[in-house]
Design a protein around this ligand. Structure first.
Ligand code: TXA
Ligand code: MG
Length: 338
C-alpha cells in the first residue's frame, strides 16, 4: 500500500528513514516528481528499475545538497563543472562527470560517468540533509509515460509499487533537468531543460554542442550519448502529430481533419477558435509556460480519451528546446510542415 503524505517534519523524517533502510520514496523536485533510492546501495536502486519497468542500461541521476557531497560520487570536478555549479546550482541542471568509487554500478548502468544534480526544491534538500543519503532518482513515471509533475499523477503510476509519496504540490519547471556532459573536449548538451544552452555558453565562454539525438530521431546504428534519449518516451495513448506553421494554417488543417476523437493541443487563447475539443499548454513563444504545462496536458489527453492529437509546434531555442524535445518524442517524431 502506498501512502501519500503532505510535507511535515514527520513525513520528511519518515522519508529519510525509508531511504536509509534501502527503500524507495517518491518526492517532488522543482522539475518533476522523482523516485529516490540510496545511490550507493545497489539493491535499493534495483527497486527503482523494477517499480518503473525501466531498461537496466539507462543510468540514473544522483541528487546532492552541497558541493562537499561530491566526494566519492565523482572522481574529479572539472573546471567547467565548478563554473556551471556556481551559476546554476541548486537548480535544474545535471552534469555528467567522471564517476567516483562510492556510486553503485546499478545507478550508473555500468558507465564510467555519473550524472549529478543539486536540486533547489526545499523538500529534496530537507530529505537529503535529514537522511545524509545522496539519492539516485529518475522521474516518477512508469517507463515510457510522461513524467509526473504532481502527487496524484505520481500515485496513478506508482500505486502499490513503493511505500511513500511526499506531496509537495505542483512542480514549478514541469520538464526534467538539463543534462550536460562536462568531461569531453567540448561540453555537450545531452537533454535540454530549463537551464538553456545559451545560458551555459554565457557562463562558460565557449560553445556547448548539441547532441544530435535531441532534436531528431537517431538513425539506425547511431549511439545516444545519453541512453535515455533512445527510448520512446512521454507517449500518451493518443497518436500525436506536431503541425509546424502559423496559427492560421494550423486552424485550417484542423478544420479539414475534424472527426470524433480528434483533439487540439494548442497555445493559450487559441482553442475556442478550432471547433474541436482542445487542451492549451502555455503561451505561444513562451517555453517557460509551455514546459510547465506540457506533461499535465499529455496526461489529460489520455484522461479524456483523445485518439488523435494535433499539436502546435514549439520553437527550438531557449527553454522551448526542452519542450520541442519532449513533444517530438510524444509524437514519435511525426511532424507535418504546413
Ligand atoms: O529533473 C530531473 O532530472 C528528474 C528529477 C527527478 O530530478 N530526474 C530525471 O531522471 O529526469 P531520469 O532518470 O528520468 O532521466 C535521466 C537522464 C536519462 O536521459 C539518462 O540517460 C541521462 O539522464 N543520464 C544519466 N546519467 C548519465 C550518464 N552518466 N551519462 C549520460 N547520460 C546520463
Ligand atoms: Mg524519465
Amino acid at each position: 500500500k502506498t501512502q501519500v503524505l503532505p510535507i511535515t517534519p514527520e513525513s520528511v523524517a519518515l522519508a529519510a528513514r525509508l531511504l536509509q533502510q534501502g527503500e524507495l520514496v517518491a518526492l517532488p523536485t522543482e522539475t518533476v516528481y522523482g523516485i529516490a533510492a540510496d545511490a550507493r546501495n545497489g539493491e535499493a536502486v534495483k527497486k527503482i528499475f523494477e517499480a518503473k519497468g525501466r531498461p537496466q542500461d539507462n543510468p540514473l541521476i544522483v541528487h546532492i545538497c552541497g558541493m562537499e557531497m561530491l566526494n566519492g560520487i565523482v572522481s574529479e570536478v572539472p573546471e567547467r563543472a565548478k563554473k556551471l555549479a556556481a551559476a546554476f546550482w541548486p537548480g535544474p541542471l545535471t552534469m555528467v562527470m567522471p564517476r567516483g568509487p562510492e556510486v553503485s554500478d546499478v545507478t550508473c548502468a555500468g558507465l564510467d560517468t555519473v550524472g549529478v544534480r543539486m536540486p533547489s526544491h526545499p523538500v529534496v534538500q530537507q530529505v537529503i540533509r535529514t537522511s545524509g543519503v545522496a539519492f539516485a532518482a529518475p522521474s516518477a513515471n512508469l517507463s515510457g509515460k510522461p513524467s509526473p509533475t504532481n502527487a496524484p499523477d505520481t500515485l496513478a503510476d506508482m500505486d502499490g509499487r513503493l511505500p511513500l509519496i511526499l506531496d509537495g504540490g505542483e512542480s514549478n519547471v514541469g520538464v526534467e533537468s538539463t543534462v550536460v556532459a562536462v568531461t569531453g573536449e567540448h561540453p555537450m548538451l545531452l537533454r535540454p531543460g530549463y537551464v538553456t544552452k545559451e545560458q551555459m555558453e554565457a557562463v562558460l565562454g565557449e560553445e556547448v554542442l548539441v547532441s544530435p539525438a535531441i532534436l531528431e530521431k537517431l538513425r539506425d546504428g547511431e549511439v545516444a550519448r545519453s541512453p535515455g534519449m533512445k527510448y520512446k518516451h512521454y507517449a500518451p495513448k493518443a497518436q500525436v502529430t506536431i503541425l509546424r506553421g502559423d496559427f492560421a494554417k494550423y486552424k485550417e488543417f484542423i478544420k479539414q481533419h475534424t472527426e470524433p476523437g480528434v483533439w487540439a493541443l494548442c497555445f493559450d487563447g487559441e482553442g475556442a477558435q478550432l471547433g474541436v475539443p482542445f487542451i492549451e499548454y502555455g503561451k505561444n513563444h513562451d517555453g517557460v509556460t509551455q514546459a510547465h504545462h506540457l506533461f499535465t496536458a499529455l496526461r489529460d489527453l489520455d484522461k479524456h480519451g483523445a485518439q488523435v492529437v494535433y499539436a502546435r509546434c514549439p520553437e527550438q531555442d531557449g527553454v522551448s528546446m526542452a519542450v520541442y524535445n519532449r513533444l517530438i518524442r510524444a509524437a514519435a517524431f511525426r511532424v507535418v510542415e504546413l
